[in-house]
Design a protein around this ligand. Structure first.
Ligand SMILES: NC(=O)CC[C@H](N)C(=O)O
Length: 230
């Protein structure tokens, strides 16, 4: 799997995600500067990492969505290439329209940094194929604008097409509003696009990939990708 990690001014998880990808695929990802206009030839997977692109000015992800590289990322996705946006990367995907919905300020109006539980709602994607259906995993969140919202029509389509990838839940797997760190509608933590080749998610699987940092539940996402895009 050939992966490219896009670096924006203010990204901060690019090395974490590169390490997680390298561990899963035994291949070192390329870093691509946001001002570049082309992806490395043969790129299978584009990663938009977490962070504070452009200092979160205007709205998280709004300015980064207009970076020169995003045209190449859109073309890659249109050709069926895979794209994952994590946290700030999800915000950038939502701003570009590559995934539906918006990320609003957390309901608490506070930055929330803690572990959460997620229910894997679909294993029918290159990102989630190595999980068990309905598996409850623990990964961290660290964001101020992760409050997912979409209109009723969009939600109906997302649910009907099995495109909600992850939902915040309790440790026992209950989809309870109090299990959500940000007030996201229907506890949605991650969504797929229509062709299922683009995933946006707020939590950070790349920060839960080794026991020494608290667990390995996030590693399966990168294993899924390494297998699907081998
Ligand atoms: N860790 C992140 O990517 C944070 C995203 C964004 N800066 C926010 O606070 O919502």
């Amino acid at each position: 799997m050939k992966a490219a990690v896009v670096v924006f001014p203010g990204s901060n998880r690019e090395r974490d995600v590169a390490l997680a990808l390298k561990r899963a695929s035994y291949t070192t990802p390329a870093y691509v500067w946001h001002g570049d206009t082309e992806l490395p030839a043969g790129t299978d997977l584009v990663v938009l990492p977490g962070g504070f692109s452009y200092g979160d000015y205007l709205r998280c992800g709004a300015m980064a969505s207009l970076s020169p590289i995003m045209r190449a990322v859109k073309d890659h996705a249109a050709r069926g290439g895979h794209v994952i946006g994590i946290c700030n990367g999800f915000q950038i995907l939502a701003e570009t329209g590559l995934v539906p919905g918006v990320l609003m300020r957390n309901a608490s109006l506070r930055f929330v940094c803690r572990d959460v539980h997620l229910k894997v709602e679909t294993t029918d994607s290159a990102f989630t194929g190595s999980y068990l259906p309905g598996q409850v995993i623990r990964v961290p969140v660290a964001h101020a604008e992760g409050n997912y919202f979409a209109d009723d029509e969009t939600l109906k389509r997302l649910e009907g097409e099995g495109r909600v990838a992850f939902r915040y839940c309790t440790e026992a797997g209950e989809i309870a509003p109090e299990a959500s760190p940000n007030g996201a509608i229907r506890n949605i933590a991650g969504v797929l696009n229509e062709k299922r080749n683009v995933l946006g998610m707020m939590p950070h699987p790349e920060n839960m990939t080794e026991t020494v940092v608290g667990g390995t539940d996030g590693a399966l996402l990168f294993d899924s990708l390494a297998k699907a895009l081998a």
